[in-house]
Design a protein around this ligand. Structure first.
Ligand code: ARG
Length: 577
């Protein structure tokens, strides 16, 4: 089914051709949805861009165009605004009809992709032992939405969690584990390490203070990479603990994701360096292996290379991404790869893609894209922090949203004097709280920073999830009480107004006329009966009158109260929605 925008475009192209000639076939009609109802639903800017080539005033062009448009069915009469915009407002009947047709389509008019692709969406990707923070929340929510959209379009989507589960920080953590929890390295099964973030903090403190500890930590990195059994065990322990915490969040947010962390690509790293070497782009700079890139220089203007292997032999974040790219293209046969991270990593991805292209890892036909997003800020416009000044943990953030929603639900139930059990309240709070966070994130401009405000996102007014849910449940309530099937939008027009809303005078006259009519018939029949002595005939009329009155009382008067309430509900809902 063609979208409204497509239909408008076709209409405008036809009008353009009719008004200004065949060469207009290729002209983009420049129609877009407006962001302010003041300007109608859609706006067309084509008259402005045609002013020069046609050597006419934009407003004149707009008028000529309108004269050639056939939009009576879809739109109210188009209006010319400002220097020559054409504002279009859809007719409600047309919109209702369009939506009804859309509703009957299980795909709501969204077509499946003509050429389904194998797509990888790399998102969420938190780091082990460092708690997920709000940046990862954005990646999780945005990445999941992108994956859902692509899946709905019929692409074969692989959702990958590129978890930071490898790197030198593990040396420090394992060394600290050996000191603080010696039993952790020998017990076979998972030991509850408690809060991994505070463990990380303590380990970091030890690392910063003590030279001997630093040395042990360095040695642990070597052990881990060499595959020493107890170091591996400790590493597994840390990963499992983190995994459990991440999973709880994914479950709450209903997000499915396949973990394939940095460690997965570890065995492939030497091969990547070799590939770069073979393609002749590898250089040595102070003992480190690197690739010089176009367009990247340091402050002094000297070329800035991408280091793929440090002088001590260790590999970098970028090396892992090169290996991942290679694996995803060769093994997963990805045709499109989407990376969802904060905008701060834009350079990293530009560099990785550039090196990969030069080394032949990334062929022309594979589409790789970094989808950056802005930062989440506290209400003071700075980094989001807890009251005590620490980074806000995702878990706490979600819990707080649900808690606040719970308080609100409780208060509302109290004012309505309504009793509900705990399960109900928790369920509602969960739905409202979590959806509020998700919606607040998705309704932002993706690339700008936004201020995180519980009050704003949980508000029942404005562009929030609670508002949408509220409108939805009200409509459902009306549907239930009035037994109206809103899946047929036209049903809305079939609800009759309650009597109080009607114009009484003509109704009274009609009633009066009816009464006189009945009386007339009755008298005639009585005379007829007297004359011909037929006793049964008149009672037919009397019965009709009697039943009609009963029906009238039943339908109009007894149900009046319910109906009035329902009508009021509909009016209010119409206003809010
Ligand atoms: N773990 C990284 C971080 O927390 C994000 C990883 C993104 N994905 C990737 N393939 N580099 O910043």
């Amino acid at each position: 089914m063609t979208s409204i925008l497509e239909q408008l475009k076709t209409q405008f192209t036809q009008a353009l051709v009719a008004a200004f000639g065949e060469e207009m076939v290729t002209q983009d009609p420049l129609i877009a949805p407006t962001n302010n109802p003041k300007f109608g639903d859609y706006q067309c800017n084509v008259a402005l861009s045609l002013a020069k080539p046609l050597k006419q005033k934009p407003r004149d062009i707009a008028q000529t165009l309108i004269n050639h448009l056939q939009l009576q069915e879809m739109c109210e009469p188009p209006e010319i605004a400002g220097p020559g915009f054409i504002n279009l407002t859809l007719k409600p009947q047309y919109l209702a009809q369009h939506l009804t047709t859309l509703q009957q389509d299980p795909r709501l008019g969204v077509e499946t992709a003509k050429h389904p692709q194998k797509v990888i969406v790399d998102f969420s990707s938190p780091n082990i032992a460092k708690e997920m923070h709000v940046g990862h929340l954005r990646s999780t929510i945005i990445g999941d939405s992108i994956a859902r959209i692509l899946e709905f379009r019929g692409h074969d989507v692989l959702r990958l969690n590129h978890v930071g589960d490898w790197g030198t920080q593990f040396g420090m953590l394992i060394a600290y584990l050996r000191e603080a929890y010696p039993e952790a390295l020998t017990t076979a099964n998972a030991l509850d390490l408690g809060d991994l973030v505070s463990l990380y903090r303590q380990a970091k403190q030890r690392f910063d203070e003590d030279e001997d500890f630093r040395e042990t930590a360095r040695q642990e990195v070597v052990n881990l990479q060499a595959g020493a059994e107890d170091s591996r065990h400790a590493w597994q322990l840390l990963c499992n603990q983190s995994r459990k915490e991440f999973q709880a969040i994914y479950d709450a947010l209903d997000i499915k994701l396949q973990e394939r962390g940095e460690s997965f690509y570890n065995p492939l790293l030497p091969g990547v360096v070799e590939t770069l070497d073979n393609s002749g782009i590898l250089a040595e700079d102070q003992g480190a292996k690197c690739v010089f890139l176009d367009g990247f220089s340091n402050k002094e203007g000297n070329p800035l290379p991408l280091i793929v292997q440090k002088s001590d032999g260790g590999y970098n974040y970028a090396t892992t991404d090169l290996a991942a790219l290679q694996y995803r293209i060769r093994q997963d046969e990805a045709e499109r790869i989407i990376y969802v991270t904060d905008a701060g990593q834009a350079n990293h991805f530009t560099q990785v893609f550039q090196v990969a292209k030069k080394a032949g890892i990334l062929p022309e036909q594979v589409d790789v894209v970094h989808v950056p997003f802005g930062l989440v800020q506290g209400e003071d416009g700075k980094k989001l922090k807890t009251r005590s000044g620490e980074t806000v943990r995702l878990r706490d953030l979600l819990d707080e949203a649900v808690d606040r929603a719970y308080q609100d639900v409780e208060q509302r139930l109290q004012t309505e004097n309504r009793q509900e059990d705990e399960d109900f309240k928790h369920h509602v709070a969960q739905v409202i709280g979590l959806s509020a966070v998700k919606y607040a994130d998705l309704s932002q401009n993706r690339t700008s920073n936004y201020v995180f405000s519980y009050n704003k996102m949980l508000a029942l007014q404005g562009n929030t999830s609670p508002y949408l849910l509220y409108a939805y449940v009200r409509i459902q309530g009306i549907s239930r009480k009035g037994n109206i099937d809103f899946s047929q939008l036209s049903a809305i027009g079939k609800i009759s107004k309650p009597l109080t809303q009607l114009n009484w005078k003509p109704l009274l006259w009609a009633f009066f006329a009816l009464l006189v009519g009945f009386l007339g018939i009755d008298i005639t029949v009585r005379i007829y009966r007297e004359l011909h002595s037929i006793p049964l005939l008149p009672s037919v009329f009397q019965l009709t009158g009697f039943f009609y009155t009963l029906w009238f009382i039943y339908n109009r008067l007894l149900f009046q109260k319910d109906r009035k309430k329902l009508w009021q509900d509909i009016q209010e809902t119409k206003e809010t929605v």
